[in-house]
Design a protein around this ligand. Structure first.
Ligand code: MRU
Length: 349
């Protein structure tokens, strides 16, 4: 099979930062030019760009946009204060994916380390974002290379949400091993949970797999059990938004249920993600802040009400799968097996 063409989620063309508006997929493919931090904050908050690694890269460019137009002769300390202010602002866009704060801190630190005046700080912020993007892109292929071996004998896998190319700046996390297996001549059928309420599985995972020529079957979330029961899949593979030091995994709401189903059916449950998603400062899943989103995401679809007006709604965007249900964590530095505490430390070192 020909090499997989990655989705161009966030990029810099030498002048402008652009991104694919993922809220319009799969019907329209519209590129947005992002010109300032409020616009980047809105794009992250409203899921125009989404998926932990892609959010991190977007925020890194957002940080640069926040200082881009400062006059070069502005006193350096004022530029530094502005940079830190923009960092705090962007970090508040979404709370769960640790890649957001990780990328911002890494790029801010690099910019602040640059010797010279405000012009040097601005250039360093841009260089840091470009470097981060390149690293994260390379990382996805390494995740694919490490994970493909786990899938080679299987005919089908199940995934939840979108942890593909559209969630990163490369081949994806959970989908990367599937793409690398395809490039090696082994096509797996992917059962994609539609992933209520925002349907990232149906809208985005199905779209990008179809574009890549990988067989995909969309199911509603409630069909995962029967797909497993009927032996249609040999494993589950999902992405992650934050992995705690003990191996507990925050990922899209519904992931925990899928992990329980996998255990009940004797299937391995793999998590794939870059080491930037591992947060050793968070001891376990109970310490991960879970984003709560607006009720209308549950009560409405395409602007049409699906529930009585004013009804009470519970809408956490993520859940936590306890480490005991995770068979392995696939990173760019290799596959980590339980017990996770030491293994995660080793890949973060
Ligand atoms: O709310 P989103 O669309 O940003 O959520 C992303 C996810 O949770 C994905 O499932 C993914 O596994 C994590 S990012 C590769």
């Amino acid at each position: 099979m020909r090499p997989i063409q990655a989705v161009d989620t966030v990029s810099f063309d030498g002048t402008e930062v652009t991104m694919l508006d993922q809220t319009l997929l799969p019907v329209q493919q519209v590129r947005l030019t992002i010109r300032d931090t409020p616009q980047m904050h809105e794009a992250i908050r409203s899921l125009r760009v989404r998926g932990a690694p892609a959010i991190g890269v977007a925020a890194a460019f957002g940080l640069w946009l926040g200082v881009r137009d400062l006059p070069d002769d502005l006193p350096r300390d004022e530029a530094e204060a502005r940079l830190r202010g923009e960092q705090t602002f962007l970090a508040g866009a979404r709370p769960t994916a640790v890649n957001l704060t990780w990328a911002l801190e890494r790029c801010a630190a690099e910019a602040l380390r640059a010797p010279g005046g405000t012009a040097a700080l601005k250039q360093a912020a841009l260089d840091a974002a470009i470097r981060l993007r390149a690293n994260e892109e390379a990382t996805t292929r390494q995740i694919g290379e490490h994970g493909a071996g786990l899938l080679m004998g299987l005919s089908g896998v199940l995934t939840h949400c979108n942890a593909g190319s559209a969630a990163t700046v490369g081949l994806g996390t959970a989908l990367a091993p599937i793409y690398v297996a395809a490039e090696r001549g082994h096509l797996l059928r992917v059962f994609a949970d539609e992933t209520r309420p925002l349907l990232q599985g149906a809208r985005i995972t199905a779209w990008e797999l179809q574009e890549a020529g990988v067989p995909v079957t969309v199911i509603t979330d409630s069909m995962a059990a029967v797909v497993m029961r009927q032996g249609k899949v040999g494993a589950v593979i999902v992405g992650c938004d934050r992995v705690a030091a003990n191996g507990d995994v925050a990922n899209k709401i519904g992931t925990y249920g899928v992990a329980l189903l996998a255990r009940a059916h004797g299937l391995p449950f793999y998590v794939a993600g870059p080491t930037s998603t591992i947060d050793l400062a968070t001891p376990d899943g109970d310490h991960i802040e879970i984003e709560q989103r607006a009720p209308h995401e549950v009560t409405h679809h395409g602007g049409v009400p699906m529930a009585p007006e004013g009804v009470d709604v519970f809408n956490p965007a993520f859940d936590v799968t306890p480490a005991e249900y995770v068979s392995a964590i696939i990173t760019e530095k290799g596959v980590v097996y339980p017990p996770y505490t030491q293994g995660l430390k080793d890949v973060k070192a």
